[in-house]
Design a protein around this ligand. Structure first.
Ligand code: PGA
Length: 265
């Protein structure tokens, strides 16, 4: 039995038009009747409402998440979406600081922490991503890099929380360790290596916040998680679930991954 509740999140990225999204949501709703661990699906913004309707109608045992957010509450920010808008359509989670956003849109720790704060104010749980490049991995600097990412993020977030006088609940944050070289590549980190990095993240959380918060925070592994390899990660002490990309686009694959987490949860 795991110390923390298992959690599987699916990231559809920029895939699925409206009709395709509704169909996949219906398939997932049906399968989710068998699930008793926490799970969520993060579709593109445009189909959040449609997927929310399907989940509500089918009483799906799966939650809704977004792939990003903007930190301001409202105003002149063309093209952006606020945390209260995500709350309004029923999002319980939002992925923040995915490596694709860090690389393509140059998101840094300060922006990521501001987005996390905006979500926390709305009662939405952020899934904060971190991970190292292939180059750093090959130089043996994965752990140092991820520790630095978490340290920077935590120090900005702590300062923001203090300014706003907000207390962080102990299971509100979720982290996803995603080695960049494993994302969409079919190449996975070894389960032992992923566990070590998850443990490094936990250690950093303990030093930034508290041991209690570190022990109750769920840390997911992401990067080419498939039905054939998911349980190897779920068996690891510090890994509490998965952030699934490609395999989340297939109802059967995603369902198999949730069910393998459930066996160990
Ligand atoms: P992948 O994506 O499962 O397709 O590797 C994971 C992610 O980017 O979150």
């Amino acid at each position: 039995m795991k110390k923390r509740g298992m959690f599987v999140a699916g990231n559809w990225k920029m895939n699925k038009n409206y009709a395709e999204a509704v169909k996949l949501a219906q398939e997932l709703s049906y399968r989710s009747q068998q699930w008793n661990i926490e799970s969520c699906i993060c579709p593109p913004y445009l189909v959040l409402k449609g997927v929310a309707h399907v989940f509500a109608f089918d009483r799906a045992k799966i939650k809704l998440g977004a792939q990003n957010v903007f930190w301001a509450e409202d105003g002149a920010y063309t093209g952006e979406i606020s945390a209260s808008m995500l709350k309004d359509v029923g999002c319980a989670y939002a992925i923040i600081g995915h490596s694709e956003r860090r690389e393509i849109f140059h998101e840094d720790s300060t922006q990521i922490a501001k987005k996390v704060l905006a979500l926390l104010k709305q009662g939405i749980s952020p899934i904060v991503c971190c991970g190292e490049s292939l180059e750093l991995y090959e130089r043996g600097q994965g752990s140092a890099h991820v520790t630095k990412q978490i340290r920077e993020f935590c120090s900005v977030l702590s300062a923001e929380l203090e300014t706003e006088n907000i207390l962080l609940a102990k299971d509100q944050l979720v982290f996803a360790y995603e080695p960049i070289w494993a994302i969409g590549s079919g190449r996975v980190a070894s389960p032992e290596y992923a566990n070590q990095l998850a443990s490094d993240i936990r250690r950093q959380l303990a030093s930034c916040f508290s041991e209690e918060l570190a022990q109750s925070t769920r840390i997911l592994y992401g990067g080419s998680v498939k039905p054939a390899n998911s349980s190897l990660f779920f068996e690891q002490e510090h890994i509490d679930g998965a952030l699934v990309g490609g395999a989340a686009l297939d109802a059967e694959d995603f369902s198999t991954i949730v069910e393998s987490a459930q066996k160990l949860g």
